[in-house]
Design a protein around this ligand. Sequence first.
Ligand SMILES: *[C@@H]1O[C@H](CO)[C@@H](O)[C@H](O)[C@H]1NC(C)=O
Ligand SMILES: *[C@@H]1O[C@H](CO)[C@@H](O)[C@H](O)[C@H]1NC(C)=O
Ligand SMILES: *[C@@H]1O[C@H](CO)[C@@H](O)[C@H](O)[C@H]1NC(C)=O
Ligand SMILES: *[C@@H]1O[C@H](CO)[C@@H](O)[C@H](O)[C@H]1NC(C)=O
Ligand SMILES: *[C@@H]1O[C@H](CO)[C@@H](O)[C@H](O)[C@H]1NC(C)=O
Ligand SMILES: *[C@@H]1O[C@H](CO)[C@@H](O)[C@H](O)[C@H]1NC(C)=O
Ligand SMILES: *[C@@H]1O[C@H](CO)[C@@H](O)[C@H](O)[C@H]1NC(C)=O
Length: 487
Amino acid sequence: MVNSHCAFALALLLQVFYWSCSSVEVVQTAKGTSDRLTPKTGFQFQKNFESSISIQVNRSFRFQEMLGFGGAFTESSSFVWSGLNSESRQQILDLFFSKDGLQYSLARVPIGSCDFSLSFYSYDDVEGDTDLEHFSIEHDQKWRIPFMKAAIATRAKWSNTSIKFLGSPWSAPGWMKSDGLMSCPVSCLLCTLKAKYQDTYSKYISLFVSKFTEIGIPIWGVTVQNEPGACSPLYEGMHFTPETERDFVKNHLGPVLSSDHPHLALLVYDHNKDHVAKWAETIYSDKNASQYVWGMAVHWYSGDQFSNLNTTHYIDVSKPILATEATVKREKDPTDPLWSHGEHYAHDMIGDFNNWVVGFIDWNLLLDMYGGPDHAGPHECEGLIKCGSDAMILADNTTGKIYLQTFYYYMGHFSKFVPPGSIRIGVVSSNEDLEATGFVTPDNTTAVVVMNSHDDPITYKLLDEISTLAVNVTIPAHAIQTVLYSV
Ligand SMILES: *[C@@H]1O[C@H](CO)[C@@H](O)[C@H](O)[C@H]1NC(C)=O
Ligand SMILES: *[C@@H]1O[C@H](CO)[C@@H](O)[C@H](O)[C@H]1NC(C)=O
Ligand SMILES: *[C@@H]1O[C@H](CO)[C@@H](O)[C@H](O)[C@H]1NC(C)=O
Ligand SMILES: *[C@@H]1O[C@H](CO)[C@@H](O)[C@H](O)[C@H]1NC(C)=O
Ligand SMILES: *[C@@H]1O[C@H](CO)[C@@H](O)[C@H](O)[C@H]1NC(C)=O
Ligand SMILES: *[C@@H]1O[C@H](CO)[C@@H](O)[C@H](O)[C@H]1NC(C)=O
Ligand SMILES: *[C@@H]1O[C@H](CO)[C@@H](O)[C@H](O)[C@H]1NC(C)=O
């Protein structure tokens, strides 16, 4: 394929010739078009040229190694999935876990019930059972375990790296807590683990890991506590301060897990970015606690606060940061998805990854047309609008029809092209309207994600600083692109 660019390149160095003929693929999703993760051709490297707007890529700058992308196997998601016909069930598995789908490699698993469950339950509701003789994961055999196993099988069809499952407890069994309940009816102060049950509860978490792993769902890691600062009378919660979580890890949970499951990753905090640096300081500065900790888990509900992630990274550069939960409220009829939700997700991911975050786990994989079911309601509904929570897939349980929301596609611009083991590289945008981040994959493909969330298209040059060649790209209004090229 010799075109004018290649002909020009012949005059340059051999390496440059190779580069200018090597193809560039632009995968695109754009509002008001039919482009949804659609590959575009016709892009070519050429000698660097003048352009007022540029994305500069420097593949020699190497930052964090990426862990993966995923969603959460809540009981609500699993209940909705199991109620669909087998064709829709397989379609959903493929959309998330197949090679043609999002290629999810991570998953979060609530340990017992959470707000998106159908009822309150733990794996041992027998009061005073300090030996955990009645511990059982039987409850999850109905909905969650079949869904997780089907997901594992879907990924195994094309990948030999298994899904990494991350367990997160919302609450200890009620009888182990000062208020006797899994929810927090009075206040955070009364919603804590009783001191006398700290070892029992550590064993309980360890048994969760053992029992799921035994049935073929390998638990890769656990967080100490989902949102330790959130206490709601409506749903499961348990309160820790940075100091009480540090001491629980140091004296109870850390020693039990490291002895029972030496390869398990233990993540702390699992709450919003506003206070992440404070938690890192408190826990990482105590080496006796920190030795048990793999890294930090964050949620997005307090806003961008990307610089807090950078601060956290430099408190201990050996500890990765993982985004473990994000969700959006339902604001529109699922048959007419809201575009800005996709932009919200990509904005957060770009900011997170540019500040050391190694992966991103979405909340509920799917929900019903009312954004549920969940036992933490009630919700105000206006028909199908402003109802429950949003999810990438909303499923109509009467027809079996599923509706993809925009953030499914925005997620795909990352998850499909940034496999585990990819390394983030240096990417600088000259224009604040163009948000960007980039990676090299384990097979040396360069993947640069560029988002335009404004009302006009933008033409930019993507300059590869190592080859000193550039490609001319126009991104439509309200669009996201993944620019792919290989050495
Ligand atoms: C690319 O990054 C490397 C590593 O930091 C640096 O040495 C080099 O100068 C950079 N190249 C350009 C063109 O900025
Ligand atoms: C996994 O698959 C990759 C790519 O297909 C291959 O290179 C690698 O050897 C495989 N690893 C194992 C352990 O089978
Ligand atoms: C850490 O553990 C060592 C050995 O058990 C002990 O001497 C030291 O005081 C502990 N430090 C803290 C901060 O707990
Ligand atoms: C991240 O933090 C480091 C260390 O404090 C600082 O040198 C660097 O400028 C920060 N980076 C950004 C992008 O804020
Ligand atoms: C479908 O979902 C609605 C709303 O959550 C629920 O009331 C109904 O029972 C579900 N039907 C089936 C067959 O699961
Ligand atoms: C990727 O590129 C680097 C240097 O550019 C090279 O050392 C390495 O062998 C390449 N890896 C693969 C899998 O091609
Ligand atoms: C880049 O593309 C824009 C829009 O198609 C075009 O106007 C411009 O001339 C191109 N620039 C170069 C250097 O090819």
